[in-house]
Ligand binder design. Structure first.
Ligand SMILES: O=C(O)C(=O)C[C@]1(C(=O)O)C=C[C@@H](O)C=C1
Length: 165
């Protein structure tokens, strides 16, 4: 039996969660501007990727594909962080007065988004090649991510969502 087609609201939820995750890149960038910590933290990425791979399997998602999706979210967020740091260097910006604490305030927000993102991916699993899904993806990407993010960021964030067949 053929599964019912995916709903537009599933695509909308996924992209909204991706946007919420991208929105966290700015507070991360402020924290790192003050602390001078590098934007790239491969150890932190590895911890998240191992966690999502384990959770993915329980949700019936392909673990390698899910890792790729999350790596893309890191890369998209790092484009946002680097653009901000570049701008602040040009402006010779002083440290921020009240930077968020990366470990105590910012990373917990990202960690809370992870299970929601995985659930949204699971709802769309096997539906990526439906024409309606690809159409909704293109429309909602422009509407939801396009409002705040440059094409390079959006393309990176949605790379794994294209029909692979
Ligand atoms: O937690 C950080 O330090 C971040 O910069 C956020 C984030 C992420 O998107 O989860 C992005 C880049 C780092 O390499 C690690 C993780």
């Amino acid at each position: 039996t053929t599964p019912p087609p995916a709903a537009r609201s599933d695509v909308e939820q996924l992209l909204s969660l991706q946007k919420t995750r991208l929105d966290v890149a700015a507070p991360v960038a402020r924290s790192k501007w003050n602390s001078h910590a590098p934007i790239d933290d491969p150890a932190r990425e590895a911890v998240i990727l191992d966690d999502v791979a384990a959770r993915a399997q329980k949700l019936g998602l392909d673990a390698a594909w899910t890792r790729r999706f999350f790596q893309d979210q890191f890369e998209a967020g790092k484009i946002v962080q680097r653009d901000l740091h570049r701008q602040w260097r040009v402006e010779q910006r002083a440290p921020f007065a009240n930077p968020p604490d990366l470990a105590l305030q910012v990373r917990p927000v990202l960690d809370r988004l992870t299970p929601d993102l995985l659930a949204a991916l699971a709802r769309l699993n096997g539906h990526w090649c439906e024409p309606a899904v690809q159409r909704d993806l293109a429309e909602l990407d422009a509407e939801i991510l396009g409002a705040d993010y440059a094409p390079a960021v959006r393309e990176r964030a949605t790379e794994a969502l294209r029909c692979q067949r």
